[in-house]
Design a protein around this ligand. Structure first.
Ligand SMILES: Cc1cc2nc3c(=O)[nH]c(=O)nc-3n(C[C@H](O)[C@H](O)[C@H](O)COP(=O)(O)OP(=O)(O)OC[C@H]3O[C@@H](n4cnc5c(N)ncnc54)[C@H](O)[C@@H]3O)c2cc1C
Length: 433
């Protein structure tokens, strides 16, 4: 099922890698994170090269809903509680800078960029919304309490942040990518210090950025414990009055709303990958109840990597790997986080201090409740006796009825019914499915 973004888009073509090459910075993965890193480094005159296993933007980026906002659910009240106001403020400034960079790019690249207010609403607990408004205000953002009155549901309250944006992600990224040194259909199958082995030969690098969504290097950094994947579903509805703002529920399993032209993009039905959830059925039921007469013109799904504390992992892959960098764990806020990653990683690579680097450091303390939950899921997956096993770390795969795929509840790898790899961190097909 294709997202709206793919429709009528002409993708620039890139050759696959054909002979041994050298580069100062190798970027692995051609989603939004990899492309923005390549764009930034290329702009700084750094010798870099991006390799993409399939085609650029063929991963989760083509299935995003592309809302650009600094208001990431209820992150600021949580960050202030956990890390204090200074770190929360740095997180905010990194996201604000990223948002402004999109605004700058959209002045010369036609990408259906529209300024919009963003809303985080609740159906369950007004107190949380009030706390987030106060947290944002204390950090200098003019957030307001709103009733989100245009939604067809009984919202208790919402945090409104003005002047955020929405756009067409592929229009922007295809345009940017055109001028970049990119090889498609070039998959990295092994990484050694200074050398990456691809399906078409070897690349000698000085530094490498892993932008493969879920990091594919298991040996360092404990990413299988520090991340899980959360899947969500989207339908595009015609014949509905599209909302004038962008809305997300503070609950992980709630709904999101944005417009694209005269369409409504309704998101939700989410669940940990490999578990049960509402899927498209929940969205279609909601649409028949609240938008009778509307028709579904497209539907798609994607998943994102969820970090332990709601903050992405951007920086050195691990303390033991000084030349390997990573951008992952965007918690469904990959638009500004990928732009922040390009800013932070390009500075780290050219040896410049970056004021935000410490907040996103992948080596920060990982002792959170979610760590134990991830460890528990892995133990259950490993100990489940029957069912096909995931080639990543051996967890039991679960059948996803909505999408006819085999999904791993531990780390989120997915396979078609024929065993073809759809989503990483697994790097190979599942044989014998
Ligand atoms: C339903 C949904 C809605 C969302 N809406 C929003 C939103 O409104 N706003 C927002 O900010 N964020 C949103 N997000 C989050 C955002 O879409 C993601 O965080 C972002 O797209 C992830 O980009 P990425 O570059 O990390 O990953 P991807 O786009 O998945 O790119 C990774 C690339 O790496 C390639 N790759 C993998 N392994 C290798 C290898 N070994 N060699 C070479 N290449 C490799 C893959 O083929 C892929 O193309 C949403 C997420 C979901 C699930």
């Amino acid at each position: 099922m294709n997202s709206l973004w793919k429709k009528d888009m002409e993708k620039p073509d890139f050759k696959s890698f054909s002979k041994a090459e050298k580069t100062d910075v190798l970027i692995i993965g051609g989603g939004i994170a990899g492309i923005l890193c390549a764009y930034k480094l290329n702009g700084l005159g750094v010798d870099c090269m991006l390799v993409e296993a399939d085609e650029i933007c063929s991963g989760n980026t083509q299935n995003t809903t592309a809302k650009i906002t600094v208001s990431h659910s209820l992150i600021y009240s949580k960050l202030i509680d956990r890390y204090g106001k200074e770190k929360a403020s740095l997180y905010l400034r990194a996201q604000t800078k990223a948002k402004e960079e999109y605004e700058r790019l959209a002045q010369t690249i036609d990408c259906d960029y529209e300024k919009m207010d963003s809303y985080v609403y609740t159906l369950r607990c007004l107190e949380k919304i009030k706390n987030e408004v106060s947290a944002l205000n204390s950090l200098g953002v003019r957030a307001e309490l709103s009733d989100a009155g245009e939604l067809p549901i009984n919202v208790l309250g919402a945090v409104r942040v003005r002047n955020q944006a929405q756009f067409h992600p592929l229009k922007l990224l295809y345009n940017i990518a055109r001028e970049l040194p990119i090889y498609e259909h070039t998959k990295v199958i092994g990484l050694k210090p200074g050398r990456a082995l691809t399906n078409h030969g070897e690349i000698i690098y000085k530094k490498v950025i892993i932008a493969t969504h879920f990091p594919v290097l298991n040996k360092h950094g404990l990413y299988p414990l520090k991340l899980y994947q959360h899947r969500s579903y989207v339908i595009a509805l015609d014949g509905v009055e599209a909302p004038s703002g962008m809305y997300v529920d503070e609950s992980e399993v709630g709904l999101s709303f944005r417009s694209y032209g005269n369409l409504l993009l309704l998101g939700g039905g989410g669940h940990r990958t490999g578990k049960q959830g509402g899927c498209w059925r929940q969205l279609e039921d909601f649409a028949s109840e609240h938008y009778p007469g509307a028709s579904v013109v497209a539907k798609w799904a994607a998943q994102d990597c969820i970090s332990l504390d709601g903050v992405s992992y951007i920086g050195k892959y691990s303390k033991a790997t000084p030349d390997i960098f990573v951008a992952t764990g965007f918690n469904k806020w990959g638009m500004t986080n990928a732009m922040a990653a390009a800013d932070i990683l390009s500075d780290l690579i050219v040896g410049k201090d970056n004021p935000y680097a410490a907040v996103f450091s992948p080596s920060r303390s990982i002792l959170c409740k979610q760590l134990f939950s991830n460890a528990f899921e892995s133990a259950v997956g490993l100990l489940t006796p029957t069912a096909p096993r995931c080639p990543h770390l051996g967890c039991a795969l679960k059948y996803n009825r909505a999408e006819h795929s085999w999904d791993c509840p531990c780390h989120g790898s997915r396979f078609s019914e024929n065993g073809e790899l759809i989503d990483n961190p697994a790097t190979d097909d599942k044989k014998g499915l």
